[in-house]
Design a protein around this ligand. Structure first.
Ligand code: SF4
Ligand code: SF4
Length: 345
């Protein structure tokens, strides 16, 4: 693995270079205690020490709403729509990287999603070791504290103005060296990065699952009839917020509409949410998950078992976004998983 050292005062120049090719997005503070990715602006503040962004990264790869096909009813022709901007996401934390790695696998599953693929291919990801950990986060105990793939560069702050930058891809290295020579990391720098990451992990491990995440699917398999589903779901407002903020939820709905002339139209998709009452409603009016309990339980089985069975890891990376977003305070996967472990270990 090659690695370099970048000093804070080199960054404005690098950002300017990258912004000539890519739409660059960086973490920024949007309100006290709230962060999100936003377009980089010269002289703008980067929130180096953000703990969690309100929105997950999936919106850059699977937008909340996008056209898939445009068609003309007069001559029965149709054309696929593929919008894939060149974009660079700077400062992505490892749990979000892990979520993207899951999406990469899941969107290839069955019929590969070409719209997702094109966006992903055009997206450069510069990951960053977290400097702060969100109070609700439990990613370290979900195995999402470190990602070995899925990034072009991985930045670790090892001094007040010094970054250790690990190369993930040739594309990343090329972008790093685009502005001229960059100092190679020494053995001491490698050691400093290792110590920094170890300290982050130790801190992150203090809050989380009380059991190895590898046991989750086995525990879930025994929990179908548990009382927790009724108890918690009785307070659910069916708002879908827990789905929308989740970096690994990727369900969408597809619709078609004609324009006002009724000659041309388009097929588009938009995010859907399995916690919404209409999610499993089908033609004829039958709803496969009409009850709160059924939808609430489904979300946990999706996270803890179904995705696990497909890709060998939980469909929850422990970011804690759903915990923060749920006004009823019942969407916390950690509380549910830990309780089920106590009952079924
Ligand atoms: S279920 Fe909640 S904690 Fe887990 S990845 Fe989704 S938003 Fe994050
Ligand atoms: S955010 Fe909370 S209230 Fe809303 S659907 Fe999810 S669990 Fe229910």
């Amino acid at each position: 693995m090659s690695a370099y050292i970048v000093y804070q005062d080199q960054l404005p120049g690098l950002f300017r270079l990258w912004a000539k090719i890519y739409k660059v997005h960086v973490p920024v503070q949007t309100a006290p205690g709230f962060y999100d990715f936003a377009p980089w602006e010269p002289g703008g503040e980067v929130a180096w020490d953000y703990d969690l962004t309100v929105n997950p990264l999936k919106r850059f790869l699977l937008p909340p709403r996008e056209d898939l096909v445009v068609f003309d009813a007069r001559d029965y022709t149709a054309k696929g729509v593929f919008e894939a901007p060149q974009q660079l996401l700077f400062g992505v934390h490892p749990y979000d990287l892990r979520a993207v790695a899951q999406l990469d696998q899941l969107m290839e599953h069955g019929s590969p999603d070409k719209n997702y693929r094109r966006r992903r291919d055009n997206t450069v990801i510069f990951a960053m070791e977290p400097l702060r950990i969100a109070p609700d986060a439990f990613w370290s105990t979900m195995g999402a504290g470190r990602a070995d793939i899925g990034f072009d560069l991985y930045w670790t702050k090892i001094g007040p103005a010094t970054f250790f930058v690990e190369v993930g891809t040739a594309r990343g290295e090329e972008l790093l060296l685009a502005g001229g020579e960059v100092e190679r990391a020494s053995a001491a720098h490698h050691e400093a990065a290792r110590r920094t990451r170890e300290a982050t992990r130790r801190h992150a491990d203090a809050h989380g699952l009380k059991f190895p995440w590898q046991e989750l699917a086995r525990v879930m398999a025994k929990a179908w009839d548990d009382s927790i589903w009724r108890e918690k779901s009785s307070m659910c407002l069916a708002c879908g917020s827990c789905n929308l903020v989740c970096p690994t939820c990727y369900c969408f709905d597809i619709r078609e509409e004609m324009d006002e002339t009724m000659t041309r139209g388009r097929r588009w998709r938009q995010w859907d949410a399995c916690m919404l009452p209409s999610f499993a409603l089908v033609a004829g009016g039958h709803n496969f998950r009409a009850k709160h309990l059924e939808r609430y339980r489904h979300r946990y089985f999706r996270k803890g078992k179904y995705i696990f069975d497909m890709i060998g890891e939980p469909g929850c990376v422990g970011c804690g976004r759903c915990i923060k977003a749920c006004t009823a305070r019942i969407a916390n996967p950690l509380t549910v998983f830990n309780r089920l472990w106590e009952e079924y270990a």
